[in-house]
Design a protein around this ligand. Structure first.
Ligand code: ADP
Ligand code: ZN
Length: 601
């Protein structure tokens, strides 16, 4: 019998396990129940696919999203694994055919939860005695988590119905309470819970002040021609506006939001999955279950709602392990909007919790230390400076802003804690606006004491004060600023306030480029794009997403190594024997042709 390492290599074409994979595979093949919590992109699928390939019997995989199931099945078949799939998106005849595959020895059967839990299916499976049940997105079984699904609740009958089968659950999001709830429901606590790191070193984290989103976004996209990415926006209207703008700039931009018909959304999602140089402009309605490993960037044009949401959204980039960039633009306006959303939902305790979660994200945005350290600390994971975020690459200058903060806080208080930052800053800068004159704010002691700083610098300064908890945004008073206890204390001379000087408007990308991050040396860029074109053709002909043929990381390695024989090629990560046979010669030809063209020049 083959070892897990051999299956990894021979079937999936990978040379080494990623952190955590081997341990989970060992437990499952030894017959233990496992709940595995691993971040998106960590490579959960292989953790159960390898034990499934190695097992004598059938493995049932329960997954809530039909599209995701289809992609997984396509990917497994391209690797030569015998797999079946039954769900309501398929015709009756197709489902009958799929069941025949099961009867004739398929290794895996993908099912939606409601299909699995019919008495008919359960009886049929009982006769087959499955070796293992795998519950993907296992957090959906718990009412504690955010995405409880009633059709998942039924799955808690599995350990009683199939006491002989191994049960495994996989999820990317589950806190402690949710984890133990899942473990109880899935295997009555008789099994292991494995939690794996949240660190995604291949993601570059950058946060910047939002000044002019158009030029900031275009600057960010400048070196990303030919790559796929997502731009997240808060509202449907803004989503359409951004998509329109990017289209005018000649980009292949597609909007996606809940205001579109289900049909339109499906078309747009399919385009995103299958096309190469495509940018999806989307609200958070987009992303759940998106399994496209070659997303090279994620940009937030509006503030996400929490660290969890932010992490999940940027986590969709770089799932193939190759480097990917993220950019978050934030503003005082966005902060106010977020607070307003929270003010309109749930009960008091819920609101307090949500405000605190937003506070954590704001603190992350304003942090002067390594972004990754701050991000991971939020998820209870310690790490050292990453050398790959904006703060590591160009450390911000931190200044003492206590006196300046006192001037601002004092102006807020003297004007009755009812005005937004714009008016307060007008007073500080000595602007004799109509509002100032009407209220006679030109007579305040702080009037015109802050002339030396331009308005946008003041805005950034004010936002930092809010983020640090010295000022609050009063939702009832239309977003007016008000002093918190901390702010009152600072005004009374207790404590101090450090701030990031000059708050960067433009992320310093140029300086930030590290040589090792370049996907390929410049000469290989054209080869890489040729290989991508080739891949797209092959994927289209097979009606599968491009990465099912090869992930980006494989093409990048191919373009760098320029194999000249099939044997050379088999050494590249992501090329198993099945794919080598099916696609190898085509890619080899393309590489040889590119080389001979280069020689002719
Ligand atoms: P998850 O389900 O945890 O979000 P996936 O299972 O979809 O992640 O894996 C993400 C990507 O990583 C896939 O393209 C997968 O083929 C790849 N991958 C998984 N394990 C390895 C490995 N050991 N070496 C290289 N690539 C891997
Ligand atoms: Zn860092």
């Amino acid at each position: 019998m083959k070892t897990a390492q051999q299956v990894l290599h021979d079937v999936f074409g990978y040379s080494a396990f990623r952190p955590g994979q081997e341990e989970i595979i060992e437990l499952l093949t030894a017959g233990e129940n496992v709940l595995a919590v691993m971040p998106t992109g960590a490579g959960k699928s292989i953790c159960y696919q390898i034990p499934a390939v190695m097992a004598a019997g059938l493995t049932i995989v329960v997954s809530p999203l039909l599209a995701l199931m289809d992609d997984q099945v396509a990917a497994l078949r391209t690797n030569g694994v015998d797999v079946a799939c039954i769900h309501s998106g398929l015709s009756r005849e197709q489902n009958v055919l799929e069941w025949q595959r099961v009867k004739s020895g398929a290794k895996l059967l993908y099912l939606s939860p409601e299909r699995l839990m019919t008495e008919r299916m359960l009886n049929a499976l009982a006769a087959l005695q499955p070796a293992m049940f795998v519950v993907d997105e296992a957090h959906c079984i718990s009412k504690w988590g955010a995405s409880f699904r009633p059709d998942y609740e039924q799955l808690s009958r599995l350990p009683d119905l199939f006491p002989e089968s191994v049960i495994a659950g996989f999820t990317a999001t589950a806190d402690k309470a949710t984890r133990s709830d899942i473990a109880t429901k899935l295997f009555r606590g008789r099994g292991r819970t494995i939690v794996h790191g949240f660190d995604r070193p291949n993601l570059r984290l950058t946060v910047a002040n939002k000044a002019n989103w158009k030029s900031q976004l275009m600057g960010f996209l400048e070196d990303k021609t030919g790559q796929a990415g997502i731009v997240y926006c808060l509202s449907r209207k803004f989503t359409d506006e951004v998509a329109m703008y990017l289209k005018e700039q000649g980009l292949n931009a597609i909007p996606y939001h809940a205001g579109q018909s289900a049909e339109q959304r499906k078309i747009n999602q399919d385009r995103f999955m299958s096309e190469d140089a495509v940018v999806m402009i989307a609200t958070i309605a987009f992303g759940m279950g998106i399994d496209k490993p070659d997303i090279r960037y994620v940009c937030h044009l509006n503030l996400p709602g929490s660290m969890e949401a932010y992490y999940q959204e940027i986590g969709r980039a770089g799932r193939d392990g190759a480097s990917a960039e993220t950019l978050l633009l934030h503003s005082l306006g966005d902060m106010g909007l977020r607070r307003q959303f929270i003010a309109n939902e749930g009960d008091e305790a819920h609101r307090r919790r949500e405000h605190r979660r937003l506070d954590a994200l704001l603190a992350y945005c304003e942090a002067a230390e390594c972004r990754r350290v701050t991000l991971l600390a939020y998820f209870d994971e310690a790490s050292g400076p990453c050398g790959n975020c904006d703060n590591c690459l160009s450390p911000p200058v931190v200044g003492n802003g206590t006196v300046r903060a006192q001037a601002l806080l004092s102006t807020v208080r003297q004007t009755g804690e009812m005005f937004g930052a714009g008016h307060i800053i007008d007073v500080l800068r000595g602007v004799e606006s109509q509002k100032v004159l009407e209220r006679r704010h030109q007579n305040l002691a702080t009037f015109a004491t802050g002339k030396q700083w331009p308005k946008d610098e003041w805005m950034i300064f004010a936002r930092q004060l809010v983020a640090a908890g010295f000022l609050g945004i009063n939702i009832q008073k239309y977003g007016g600023l008000e002093l918190s206890d901390r702010g009152r204390a600072l005004l009374a001379g207790e404590g101090s306030f450090s701030y990031r000087e000059g708050g960067k408007i433009r992320p310093e990308r140029k300086a930030a480029k590290k040589k090792s991050d370049q996907p390929v040396e410049s000469g290989d860029v054209s080869l890489l794009s040729q290989l991508k074109k080739l891949r797209l053709g092959l994927a289209r002909a097979r009606n599968v997403p491009a990465y099912v043929v090869f992930p980006d990381s494989t093409l990048i390695e191919m373009a760098r190594a320029r194999p000249t024989t099939l044997d050379d090629m088999s050494g590249i990560s992501g090329i198993g024997p099945k794919k080598l046979k099916e696609f190898g010669p085509t890619f080899l030809r393309a590489i040889t042709e590119a080389d001979s063209q280069a020689a002719d020049l």
